[in-house]
Design a protein around this ligand. Structure first.
Ligand code: URA
Length: 424
């Protein structure tokens, strides 16, 4: 195999063969047969020329096989992995994992840290004193056997090729490519061992995919890969033009997830019920069970078991009593009107400025800071009513005036679900 020829063929818009793709993936996993410069050049050629579905499926399968895979044999079926492509205020995993486990599914999940405006589940859980986010594969399986769920940060033992390629893409302007994103996400899901994969594909100003046509293209690519590789995949394209729920910021989001697990209503609960119901339907179970375990306290009890198993020093329902950020202030509506827009991208950027997220890999995050968003699209707000509540580490004030827009006459709430696709 000639690495330069593989890159040139992609550069010229040809399809790479399965053998060529495996050669690239083996190199990313450490074979030494391509330099980092060559791997990055190949990624850029893919960004510019794309890949057909067969190539993308071959890339996904090769990346999934580039390291170990989690073997869930012996654990109660079905095995479900839930994944979100990331958004502002997206704490659905903290609710859905215990919900699905309380419904009798086995959930073993690897999560990432946040980068830029979209937060990461690992950062949220690390805001809870004692919570261990780095479980070994063996610990994960053993915990899932005991309580039905386990969550860990990514380990280089799984999909090492994706680890190398993602780090290179991050610094070479090659993240935004549908075949590269789809193969990166699905290879990790395959290596995670689940037999049902449920994806929440976020779309809007607070997400990777800002427009519906882009989100649909990514969803269709993932379905195409799943069909070729025999995976059971359900995708929901969900609204991410406004932050999800009330809180943006690590510990604040854990507190809000606890509220939903204790029965609080609202858009976050509605989304979790929707996503959870779809996962249960794919597992051949009754979708009504999701609301039932939220209302009965069974999901909260499962979440408390989970927190204890992963070493949390406090109960999930007591996280609200932990220390808060040092400074606190509210921003009020300058006028009365119907809320037409709460810009998730701007709120996410403001949360990063406060220290809730990182600009570059390796930056520290402040677990306590963040923003409570007190108005949603479709709400009627009176002049002077608080619309944002800021939790900060310093007295410097955030200007969020351009992140919210008021209009007359009445504006409807945004739809929660923008599209649904599945391999069924
Ligand atoms: N998330 C991933 O895991 N991979 C990508 O390429 C983009 C988002």
């Amino acid at each position: 195999m000639n690495p330069v020829r593989i890159i040139e063929r992609k550069r010229d818009g040809e399809a790479n063969t399965p053998e060529e793709i495996k050669f690239v993936v083996d190199a990313a996993a450490g074979s030494g047969q391509m330099s980092e410069a060559q791997l990055a050049a190949w990624c850029m050629a893919v960004v510019l020329r794309g890949m057909n579905l067969d190539e993308t499926a071959n890339l996904t399968a090769a990346m999934a096989a580039s390291g170990e895979t989690v073997d869930l044999t012996g654990l109660p079926k079905p095995w479900v992995d839930k994944h979100s492509t990331g958004g502002v205020g997206d704490k659905t995993t903290l609710v859905l994992l215990p919900v699905l486990a309380a419904c009798g599914l086995t959930c073993v999940k690897m999560s990432g840290r946040g980068l830029g405006k979209t937060g990461g589940t690992i950062d949220k859980l690390e805001s809870v004193p004692g919570f261990r986010t780095a479980l070994s594969i063996e610990e994960m399986i053993s915990q899932a056997k005991d309580i039905g769920l386990a969550l860990t940060s990514q380990t280089p033992r799984l999909t090492p090729a994706d680890g190398t390629l993602y780090a290179l893409r991050d610094v070479t302007g090659t993240v935004r490519s549908i075949p590269l994103i789809a193969s990166s996400v699905l290879s990790k899901k395959i290596a995670g061992g689940a037999d049902i994969i449920s994806i929440d594909l976020k779309c809007g100003s607070g997400a990777f995919m800002e427009t519906l046509p882009e989100a649909r293209e990514l969803a269709e690519t993932m379905i195409g890969i799943a069909t070729r590789l025999g995976l059971k995949l359900g995708i929901e394209i969900t609204e991410m033009d406004q932050p999800l729920g009330r809180c943006v910021g690590n510990r604040l989001e854990v507190i809000e997830a606890a509220e939903v697990l204790q029965g609080a209503p609202g858009r976050l609960r509605d989304l979790c019920v929707e996503l959870g119901s779809t996962a249960l339907e794919m597992a051949g179970m009754s979708s009504g069970k999701v609301a039932e375990v939220l209302d009965s306290g069974a999901a909260l009890a499962k979440a408390e078991e989970w927190f204890e198993a992963q070493g949390a020093d406090v109960k999930l329902s007591d996280v609200k009593d932990l220390p808060k950020a040092q400074f606190f202030y509210e921003i009020s509506a300058p006028q009365s009107g119907w809320v037409k827009r709460v810009d998730a991208g701007m709120v996410g950027e403001a949360a990063v400025d406060l220290g809730a997220g990182r600009r570059a890999k390796g930056d520290n995050v402040d677990p306590l800071v963040g923003i409570e968003v007190l108005a949603q699209v479709g709400d009627r707000i009176e002049a002077g009513q608080p619309v944002f509540r800021i939790h900060a580490a310093s007295e410097a004030k955030q200007d969020l005036s351009r992140a919210i827009e008021f209009v007359e006459p009445e504006t409807p709430a945004l739809p929660l679900i923008l599209g649904q696709l599945s391999t069924e």
